[in-house]
Design a protein around this ligand. Structure first.
Ligand SMILES: CC(C)(COP(=O)(O)OP(=O)(O)OC[C@H]1O[C@@H](n2cnc3c(N)ncnc32)[C@H](O)[C@@H]1OP(=O)(O)O)[C@@H](O)C(=O)NCCC(=O)NCCS
Length: 156
């Protein structure tokens, strides 16, 4: 993670970058980024067919969460959890707001609004499990390291 290089998503207007700062020092101690995955066949996507509980094609958006990092001396104080939570609630609120325009308030609750997909390094799988992610698919190699695809459902 700490060795990741810049890519086209860093400067995309659709990417959201979160920076966690300590107060009152304003020291930046952690970061995470989120961007929408547009095409099911992009290399960063899962390659899986989206289906809802009835096996029909699902119409929810997929977001990639990544570049999560907390400065080494500040790890294990729940700052990583805070960053992931913030990214989740930010995207969820945006999805709820756009849905409010499109639908009336009588719609079902607990419906899937979207999903986050991550490429988790296997040694941090436990962290993501604690943050509500579920593993799927096989372990794969990325940049010489074992990774696991994991998913988090964004519920209404
Ligand atoms: C992964 C990382 C962001 C976690 O941040 P953190 O602030 O230390 O994590 P938190 O304190 O919020 O941990 C939340 C929970 O996850 C657990 N956890 C943290 N790191 C873990 C790990 N590597 N494996 C398993 N569990 C882990 C914590 O013990 C804690 O559990 P608890 O709620 O039962 O106490 C941080 O270790 C980091 O920056 N690592 C280097 C970069 C990296 O690996 N990023 C992810 C790439 S996929």
């Amino acid at each position: 993670m700490e060795s990741e290089l810049p890519d086209e998503y860093d400067r995309s207007p659709e990417t959201f970058h979160f920076l966690l700062r300590l107060l009152p020092s304003q020291e930046a101690i952690g970061t995470v980024r989120v961007y929408p995955l547009k095409h099911p066949d992009t290399p960063t996507d899962t390659g899986t067919q989206k289906e809802d509980a009835h096996g029909s094609a699902a119409a929810y958006p997929t977001f990639a969460l990544g570049r999560l990092c907390v400065l080494e001396q500040y790890r294990k104080y729940k700052f990583g959890h805070k960053l992931v939570q913030q990214a989740h609630s930010f995207i969820r609120n945006r999805l709820l707001a756009s849905r409010a325009h499109a639908r009336d308030s009588s719609s079902e609750s607990n419906e899937i609004l979207g999903e986050f997909i991550i490429h988790a390094q296997v040694q941090v799988k436990g962290f993501y499990l604690k943050n509500g992610y579920t593993p799927f698919g096989d372990i794969f190699d990325e940049d010489g390291m074992d990774h696991q695809l994991m998913r988090y459902w964004i519920l209404e």
